[in-house]
Design a protein around this ligand. Structure first.
Ligand code: HSE
Length: 326
């Protein structure tokens, strides 16, 4: 069995979910891939919190160099969130030829060229499936199975927290504050949920998708963005009276003048397929010139769906390492 050593940066909601899913499915992963994936070091300050898992205290470090400078570590999983120091840690790991897996949309959107080019120059792999759409394998599909297409448009619900808030406010007539708190408790929201509710999280994800789908760089700050913090019960009732629901949508399309993108709450007719996307689910429509219309759907937030994508990336890289070592 090929052993792969992993350094984990951050044991928050997603880090803990990743650790748990790896243990829960270890036997299955070993049987189906022939890989023994071991998280050998964890960068984390909070070593006391009860996470419902037993972790050897010797694995914890508070010095990133213990992971980034360790030649025995094959893959670094970055789950710290935020642009810095996460981007610098990933850059350092890639420069050292380590493979990197991240769920960090803010860091990838802000430093897309730097990180992808550093990976390429140093023969390292950078994977970020979990950064967009949680457990939905969007990036894999766009960059492999759909790579032969030219795309003309995309439209999606890309934030689980706000979709959860809008769903519960609509269906259960509950207050914005109460439902946001619940989304935080369920591990959907970011540590600081401002980015979720103001739409910046979606702008980061849209920026990444636009790079991959259209091959164009649009920085998150250049995407006109409105979040849901201003949506009131009255807005929801007015939409309801018009036979509509309010959804926070990410849109991008290409015309003769280039790529246009924006993030905004939108009234959708209840017949529209995106109107039915509930809770923390995400969905994405794509239109390719060969494949035509496609829709992806699945859980876009939460520790286990996100861990599914993180570990999928880890397994993909580990298979490459195993193949190259033959
Ligand atoms: N806070 C994000 C969301 C997590 O609610 O969608 C997944 O990116």
């Amino acid at each position: 069995m090929k052993r792969i050593n992993i350094g984990l940066l951050g044991l928050g909601n997603i880090g803990t979910g990743t650790y748990k899913v790896l243990e829960m499915n270890r036997a299955h992963i070993e049987k189906t891939t022939g890989l023994n994936l071991e998280i050998t070091k964890i960068l984390e300050i909070d070593t006391e919190r009860d996470r419902g898992i037993a972790i050897d205290p010797g694995k914890f470090t508070q010095d990133p160099r213990d992971i980034l400078d360790d030649p025995g570590i094959d893959i670094v999983i970055e789950l710290l969130g935020g642009i810095e120091p996460a981007s610098s840690f990933m850059h350092t790991a890639l420069k050292a030829g380590k493979h990197v897996v991240t769920a960090n949309k803010a860091a990838v959107a802000a430093n897309f060229e730097l990180l992808t080019e550093t990976a390429e120059k140093n023969g390292a792999l950078l994977r970020y499936e979990a950064s967009v759409g949680g457990g939905i394998p969007l990036i894999n599909a766009i960059t492999t199975a759909l790579a032969a297409n030219e795309f003309s448009e995309l439209l999606g619900i890309l934030n689980g927290t706000t979709n959860y808030i809008l769903t519960k406010m609509t269906e259960e007539d509950r207050s914005y504050e109460e439902v946001l708190k619940e989304a935080q408790e369920k591990g959907f929201a970011e540590a600081d949920p401002t980015g979720d509710v103001e739409g910046y999280d979606v702008a980061n994800k849209l920026s990444i998708l636009v790079s991959l789908v259209f091959g164009e760089r649009v920085l998150p700050d250049d995407i006109p963005t409105t979040g849901v913090s201003g949506i009131t019960k009255a807005d929801i009732e007015n939409a309801e009276e018009a036979g509509c629901v309010i959804k926070l949508l990410a849109s991008a399309f290409r015309d003769d003048e280039g790529v246009h993108c924006f993030v905004q709450p939108t009234m959708l007719n209840k017949q529209h397929p995106l109107a039915d996307v509930p809770g923390e689910f995400n969905a994405l429509f794509l239109k390719g010139n060969a494949v035509d219309d496609l829709m992806f759907y699945g859980k876009g937030a939460g520790p286990f769906p996100t861990a599914s994508a993180v570990l999928g990336d880890v397994i993909g890289i580990a298979k490459e390492i195993k193949r190259e070592s033959k």
